[in-house]
Ligand binder design. Sequence first.
Ligand code: HEC
Length: 141
Amino acid sequence: MLYRTLIIFLLCLPANSRNLQAINNEYIRSIKPLIKENCLSCHGGFQLDTWYRDLPLIKMYINGHITDAKESLNMENDIPFKGRGIQSDIFWSIIASIKKERMPPQPFSLVHGDIKLSPKDRDTIIKWFSEKRRVLLEQDL
Ligand code: HEC
């Protein structure tokens, strides 16, 4: 029994990681540019390349938030993201944070108004993550 479970586990493992790999490839091609612009300055290793980045208050605000942000969601090394729960949970929290307009955080949008997510970009992100979440759920990922 244990032996069989082990075999099944070994057979499933590469399939699962192949799936994640495929989703990640698509993520990098299609949706990452939007995420990079709007999320990765806090949730990943990306530095905003703008004149106001180095203004004291903004720098303090962003630096102060990066530790918190990365603790709850780290997107630095693409998919699989690191966060609470399995990948489909993490995808769900991303969808929810955008639906509720919790992310990107308000004060950030104020100083960063030019990248406040447009309704079109919000829809694109929500749609992409919802679609892929369905695939993940089928695989228990
Ligand atoms: C200015 C920094 C900043 C930016 C930009 C930012 N976040 Fe966050 N994010 C945080 C912080 C800080 C937390 C942890 C505290 C909290 O939940 O408010 C967080 C938490 C989260 C969480 C954890 C779950 C939750 O809702 O509490 C998710 C998911 C998330 N962010 C998604 C995103 C997405 C998607 C974007 C881009 C559209 C984004 N964030 C942009 C700072 C940021």
